[in-house]
Design a protein around this ligand. Structure first.
Ligand code: FAD
Length: 343
């Protein structure tokens, strides 16, 4: 029997882990993503003449032994590193109120999306393709893009998109759509800024518990990033709080930029020097409020599955394990179903 053709919609860490595992077991896998690059929210922004910024996930932590094994292999192959930077809790005026020591923190090397690129390295990935519809045709799923063009026929489909983007694709095809539709995601406005006058700040990352901001990170303090030299401009990523981001979700990006710069100055208790670059990014679906208890969703009768950080755990590790889980469910199904002569 020929092995199933699988479409994975979404090249986030979860979708790539699913695709990687299925491809490693010989399935015929194709990944589609609407973006220009892989990694989803494990994202890196680059531009001419400006430093790179990790504007989505800031770092990841490791709890699960299976994930730990992968992280060790990424470190060994130079795709990840532990981030030992000083992380504090900050109050307005630049007052450091606590040191934040938790379990070890890791980052992609030289950028957050390096791990996704590594996982995707020899996968068949189609970028710039927003999947708009799944159509059931005889025994296969036809994948249609936004212009209604068919992007191929597949025996089964796994969606890795956030719930608000996965549910409409699955609606009418499986009851999983209703389960997914109930998962809430919260937004996050992000500011990426490269400016003078901050190279002496005594921390690499700061949690903030008041005002519009929640997190401040010095991007160039992470391992493998181009370092700023003393007395020169440094690069920072700021995340606004869930509440502030939701209240200002539809606000003008330049207004948001100015508000976040103002909040940054209040938090530091000083004026920024010359700003060389400052842009915002709006994550409409940034974080899962409460992940589903299942670590993936799989409907074998419809041949549809779903994975992501909103199953199993609202962070990089959860997304990764969710991808591993959906691949495991699919492989079990095909191992069980395979005729004895094949085994
Ligand atoms: P995603 O990364 O969201 O991937 C889904 C993919 O689907 C995307 O690439 C998207 O382009 C694609 N897609 C969507 N719709 C379609 C469509 N119709 N057709 C084709 N493609 C589509 N986690 C941590 O562990 N530590 C942190 O410090 C941390 N900080 C964060 C800060 C921010 C601002 C954000 C946004 C997230 C943060 N996270 C953090 C969460 C972490 O980034 C996510 O848990 C994880 O990356 C999610 O991976 P995923 O595979 O589930 O989905």
């Amino acid at each position: 029997a020929t092995l199933p053709r699988v479409a994975v919609i979404g090249a986030g860490i979860g979708g790539l882990m699913a695709a990687r595992t299925l491809a490693d077991h010989g399935l015929d896998v194709r990944v589609f993503d609407k973006s220009r690059g892989v990694g989803g929210r494990m994202a890196t922004r680059r531009g001419d003449g400006i430093p790179s910024f990790d504007h989505g996930a800031q770092y990841f932590t490791v709890r699960d032994d299976r994930f730990a094994r992968y992280v060790r292999s990424w470190i060994a192959s130079g795709k990840a590193a532990s981030w030992m930077g000083r992380i504090v809790e900050l109050r307005p005026g630049g007052e450091i109120v606590a040191e934040k020591r938790s379990q070890p923190r890791f980052v992609g090397l030289p950028a957050m999306n390096s791990i996704a690129k590594h996982l995707a390295s020899d996968l068949d990935v189609t970028l710039g393709c927003r999947v708009a519809q799944l159509v059931r045709e005889a025994d296969a799923w036809d994948i249609l893009d936004e212009s209604g063009e068919s992007r191929g026929q597949f025996d089964l489909v796994v969606t890795n998109c956030p719930p608000q983007q996965s549910a409409p694709l699955l609606q009418g095809h499986t009851e999983l759509a209703d389960v997914i539709a109930g998962v809430e995601m919260v937004p996050c406005w992000t500011l990426m800024i490269h400016c003078d006058g901050l190279d002496d700040l005594p921390f690499a990352g700061a949690f903030v518990n008041e005002g519009p901001l929640r997190w401040i990170a010095r991007n160039d303090a992470k391992p493998g990033r181009a370092k700023s030299t003393p007395g020169h401009a440094s690069s920072w990523v700021l995340h606004a709080s869930e509440v502030w981001s939701a209240e200002n979700l539809e606000a003008d990006a330049e207004w948001v930029r100015d508000q976040m710069i103002h909040a940054f100055e209040l938090m530091l208790g000083r004026k920024l020097g010359q700003v060389h670059h400052a842009v915002t990014h709006r994550w409409r679906y940034a974080n899962t409020r409460e992940a589903l208890p299942q670590n993936c969703l799989w409907d074998p009768s419809a041949m549809l599955g779903a994975c992501g950080d909103w199953c199993g755990g609202p962070r990089v590790e959860g997304a990764f394990l969710s991808g591993a889980a959906i691949a495991g469910a699919i492989l079990r199904r095909f191992t069980v179903d395979r005729p004895a002569a094949d085994s």
